[in-house]
Design a protein around this ligand. Structure first.
Ligand SMILES: [Mg+2]
Length: 277
């Protein structure tokens, strides 16, 4: 199938290697990932050549390094709604609508509040990330896989450093990361804005052509792919009712090289493929 043609449902085989590279205005095709589909590990034959040149492993944080059933993002989402309620003295439904408006228009609610109301970004971030991490289990398997990846590992998040430290700390994986590039380091310009990736790459001396990016939001992979990174879309294993449907859909697009609903297995397959080269 040629990219950009009419919608076709993704095949049930979800470890998909999608041919082609970034084009200027890629058109994505979306289907809801089938939560009942059990995935088998991807072929190490396919992964070996694809990741052989990669020495920089870049990870988004929220809903990428932890599964959506940890109930972290719904809490952050609800804290942001509460922030708006208190800031404007409005009810929850109105605050929710305003939150969606800012998110759609500015990429993050925070950016909308900064641009339109000049709020204190740090106060917002502290408030939004005051959440209960008790449902988040340590993930030693993921930690072991990240540790075994050859090269540098970095987190690139639209959240705060403190949130990333708390979450990655609870997962037991933080020690494997060289650095966290957060929304403050991005001067509050969120992904998917191109200048945020540029700033990240420059600050940490990362060559995008020797990098791979793991993300749960397809739109955040458009620029990385155009820069020459290998891109992996991390999908939820089960449908998450707290998130936008189109943000957890399986996406078939030229800027997505691979998709997975199991990050640890995917990384293990890469490691295995590289070990047998
Ligand atoms: Mg995310």
């Amino acid at each position: 199938m040629h990219a950009g043609q009419a919608c076709v449902k993704l095949p049930t085989r979800q470890w998909s290697r999608l041919a082609g590279h970034a084009i200027k205005m890629p058109r994505a095709q979306r289907t809801i990932a089938d939560p009942m589909t059990q995935l088998s590990p991807p072929s190490s034959v396919a992964l070996g050549p694809a990741f052989a040149h990669v020495g920089n492993w870049i990870f988004d944080l929220d809903n990428t390094l932890y599964p959506s059933h940890s109930q972290l993002w719904p809490q952050v989402d609800a804290r942001i709604t509460l922030f708006l309620q208190e800031m404007f003295g409005i009810d929850g439904l109105s605050a929710r609508a305003l939150q969606k408006y800012y998110y759609q228009r500015y990429g993050t609610t925070l950016k909308g509040l900064m641009d339109e109301h000049a709020i204190d970004a740090h106060a917002f971030l502290d408030f939004a990330h005051e959440i209960d991490l008790s449902l988040l289990d340590p993930n030693p398997r993921l930690g072991k896989a990240i540790e075994a990846l050859p090269g540098r590992k970095l987190i690139l998040t639209n959240g705060s450093r403190r949130h990333a430290e708390n979450v990655a700390g609870k997962l037991g994986i933080i020690g494997h990361f060289e650095e966290i590039f957060d929304i403050v380091a991005a001067d509050f310009v969120p992904k998917p804005e191109a200048r945020t990736y540029d700033r990240f790459l420059e600050k940490h001396g990362v060559d995008p052509k020797a990098s791979a990016m793991f993300e749960d939001l397809a739109k955040n992979l458009v620029v990385p792919s155009a820069l020459g990174m290998k891109t992996v879309l991390v999908l939820p294993h089960d449908h998450d009712p707290f998130r936008e449907a189109d943000e957890q859909a399986a996406v078939q697009a030229p800027y997505i090289d691979f998709s997975t609903t199991d990050l640890a297995s995917f990384l293990e397959a890469i490691i295995q493929a590289r070990a047998t080269e």
